[in-house]
Design a protein around this ligand. Structure first.
Ligand code: SF4
Length: 328
């Protein structure tokens, strides 16, 4: 999975002469950390330390890694071009070793004439093959450029689907190559177009239409439950690439302008236990958009995004619902 990248990583470490190197892994590949350290120790004279706290994305470069090491290597994510990190930070991307065989044929009946292609980082290498097969079936294909949070055409992050909005006016719908529902839902809600998921691991095709409706009902319930809230806790992320302090300040100002109480809090990890001691009728998360959407069920109070707060407080109409995203 990382074998080819290790050559480049070893050269990078050698050229720069670093001797102490911090390594960061997303949850899904933490079990490979020690094997990778063994391989790197054989090939370099560096010593390695694992930055063990959860790492959800390239937005999460620990500010204090230089207390422990001279350089940081984050596995599994692509750099966020608009997020400055030092020259002593390297990202080792991950690609899944899977193919499309037969799946595009299954997906074709769900697609319109003009198809936008999207993928998460792990499945970006499948975009070229998907484009060829869909064109061979007589359809048109578009692959959008994202903003400065996105490294590759067609790539989507959970916080940014600008590669879908950039071509939304030119396609009938999207085919998303990847696992899970969040990215596809973000594209679906962000563009208003139908999104079909091709999951190369589960080998299945599914439409986002029903899930989108169910998610919208859940978000409507959270917004309704917050409309009479007397107090809000506004959460700012302490993670470098998730911190939206200006947005949190806007949220606080808006809440107070409506005669409600607002408090703000900085958290690295947003969890029910971290909020346990603070009294509030509703929470507003300005951190990763996935916190309010994916994790909402964990919290004892409604957890809103900023656009949802605007609806709850009567500044926006429900018809104007937009999915929260972090743009650059
Ligand atoms: S903000 Fe969330 S979705 Fe975006 S890169 Fe970070 S963890 Fe991933």
């Amino acid at each position: 999975m990382f074998d080819e990248a290790l050559d480049g990583l070893c050269s990078w470490l050698e050229v720069n002469g670093w001797s102490k190197v911090a390594l960061q892994f997303p949850e899904g590949i933490k079990s490979r950390a020690q094997g990778l350290i063994d391989a790197l120790t054989e090939r370099t004279s560096c010593s390695f330390i694992i930055m063990g706290d959860p790492c959800y994305g390239a937005c999460d470069v620990p500010r204090d890694f230089e207390d422990y090491a001279e350089a940081l290597v984050q596995f599994g994510h692509s750099r966020i071009p608009g997020l400055p990190v030092g020259d002593n930070v390297m990202f080792i991307e991950m690609r899944a070793d899977v193919g499309l065989s037969g799946l595009i044929n299954e997906a074709l009946p769900h697609l319109g004439q003009k198809v936008g292609l999207l993928a998460t980082l792990q499945y970006l290498d499948l975009i070229g093959e998907a484009e060829y097969l869909i064109r061979s079936a007589g359809k048109d294909v578009a692959i959008g450029e994202g903003d400065r949070r996105i490294s590759y055409p067609g790539q989507v992050l959970g916080c940014n689907h600008s590669s879908s909005t950039s071509i939304a006016d030119h396609v009938d719908g999207f085919l998303f190559l990847g696992e899970g529902n969040f990215h596809a839902l973000a594209a679906s809600l962000g563009t208003g177009k139908s999104v079909t998921v091709l999951d190369p691991v589960r080998r299945e095709i599914r439409s986002m239409d029903q899930l989108r409706d169910r998610l919208l009902r859940q978000r409507f319930a959270a917004i309704s439950a917050s409309q009479e809230a007397g107090s809000f806790l506004v959460i700012v992320s302490g993670k470098t690439g998730q911190r939206r302090q200006a947005l949190a300040d806007r949220a606080v100002d808006l809440i107070r302008s409506k005669g409600r109480r607002a408090y703000s809090i900085v958290l690295e990890e947003i969890s029910p236990s971290a909020l346990l001691h603070y009294k509030a009728d509703a929470y507003v998360s300005t951190a990763c958009p996935r916190v309010a959407i994916d994790d909402a069920g964990m919290f004892s109070r409604p957890m809103l995004t900023f656009p949802e707060l605007q609806i709850a407080l009567g500044v926006l109409d429900w018809e104007g619902y937009i999915f929260d995203s972090i743009e650059d």
